[in-house]
Design a protein around this ligand. Structure first.
Ligand SMILES: NC(=O)c1ccc[n+]([C@@H]2O[C@H](COP(=O)([O-])OP(=O)(O)OC[C@H]3O[C@@H](n4cnc5c(N)ncnc54)[C@H](O)[C@@H]3O)[C@@H](O)[C@H]2O)c1
Length: 345
């Protein structure tokens, strides 16, 4: 199948997304480039094996300023110059931390992201948010620095554990709810093919999700209004992750749970169409996502939401939907949220 190209303008930057096969990597044969691998992606993509590189340990713990410093050290050791290219190959963690280091070195070198998880393909690699965790907060420190190219090679997903694939699917469902009713139908009508990762379906999911996210970010690159929609379900998800100590739930599972809560709260507040809420929750369940309250204290979840760093002036703001494609930011009272959560236990 031919490679497909999408181009976006994010602030001052142009980002080109190419979706295709391993040939996409041929362009680096002669260039001065440095590769950042995740330890689980080093066997992939032989076309980059000749380049100088460093390997990061897998997982969220690599998203730290210490890793950024280690990467900057490697760039100096390998004498990277202003015109050199940093290529980050991995999931959202390697994309976020690699992009942050690339944005800082010499005030910004050329950046290419090669996302290797579904989540990174449909979300993390596109849109220019870089970051590391700091002082116990996720993504507290970062920059806006879109990649010059995002090279998506869906066949690398073959080795991705199913749970990680599902984490990406939660974001695909979110994207469909935000901006692509046809994608929502495709997910409803093709659960087996989607879960079995049939290549034509996976390619379609990725292309459509990238198109929705690309458009939202183009309209609001620096998150002053509009881009926040991408946080649908996230206020609930962050509270769940914090109260459960980041154990037992992947971020995607937490987001799926959070979207179900946002739909229920929206119905209770008279905003969300009840039939749409039922339909979307049925879809989340069809993909195996838990939509009910786990064995956690409701008060602890509400407290965590009130501490969310995205709140303004101490009020909890939620991304809610009226129906597919109709999204808005609303404040809800803690009492309403508490009553919705409490009726599930
Ligand atoms: N910048 C953004 O806009 C943005 C958006 C969403 C999420 N994120 C960030 O992304 C991160 C989560 O990303 P993620 O879910 O990709 O997690 P991840 O990067 O930790 O990858 C998940 C796991 O899959 C492994 N892996 C990666 N590719 C593989 C492959 N092809 N085969 C086998 N194993 C593979 C990794 O080693 C890791 O163990 C979070 O830190 C989140 O904050 C950023």
């Amino acid at each position: 199948m031919d490679a497909q190209t999408l181009q976006y303008r994010f602030g001052e930057h142009t980002s080109v997304v190419r979706l295709g096969e391993r040939e996409l990597l041929g362009q680096f044969a002669e260039r001065t480039a440095f590769v950042i691998w995740d330890e689980n992606t080093t066997d992939h993509l032989e076309a980059l094996h000749h380049l100088p590189n460093t390997i990061l340990p897998s997982g969220e713990r690599a998203k730290s300023l210490a890793t950024v410093e280690q990467l900057l050290d490697s760039f100096v050791t390998h004498a990277l110059e202003r015109n050199s290219t940093v290529i980050a190959v991995g999931g959202g963690v390697v994309c976020d931390v690699g992009a942050l280091a690339a944005s800082l070195y010499m005030r910004g070198v050329r950046l290419v992201l090669v996302p290797t998880t579904l989540l990174a393909m449909v979300d993390a690699a596109l849109g220019g948010k870089t970051g590391v965790n700091f002082a116990g907060y996720k993504n507290l420190v970062g920059t806006f620095y879109p990649a010059e190219q995002v090279l998506i090679i869906p066949s690398v997903l073959q080795s991705l554990p199913q749970r990680e694939y599902l984490a990406g699917l939660a974001e695909v469902i979110k994207t469909a709810m935000l901006g692509d009713p046809e994608l929502l139908e495709l997910l409803e009508q093709n659960p087996e093919a989607t879960l079995e990762r049939r290549p034509d379906v996976v390619r379609e999911l990725i292309l459509r999700s990238v198109a929705v996210k690309g458009l939202i970010v183009e309209q609001d690159f620096t998150e002053r209004g509009g881009r926040e929609w991408l946080n649908l379900g996230h206020t609930f998800a962050h509270a769940l992750e914090s109260v459960s100590g980041f154990e037992g739930w992947t971020h995607g599972e937490a987001v799926a749970w959070g979207m179900a809560q946002a739909l229920r709260c929206g119905v209770r507040a008279g905003i969300t169409d009840a039939t749409y809420a039922e339909r979307a929750i049925a879809l989340l369940r069809r993909y195996g996502f838990r939509c009910e309250l786990p064995d956690l204290a409701v008060d602890a979840l509400i407290d965590a939401m009130q501490r969310d760093k995205k709140n303004r002036a101490g009020r909890i703001r939620f991304v809610l939907q009226r129906r597919p494609g109709e999204t808005e930011l609303r404040e809800l009272s803690p009492e309403l949220v508490r009553s919705v959560l409490a009726t599930q236990s």
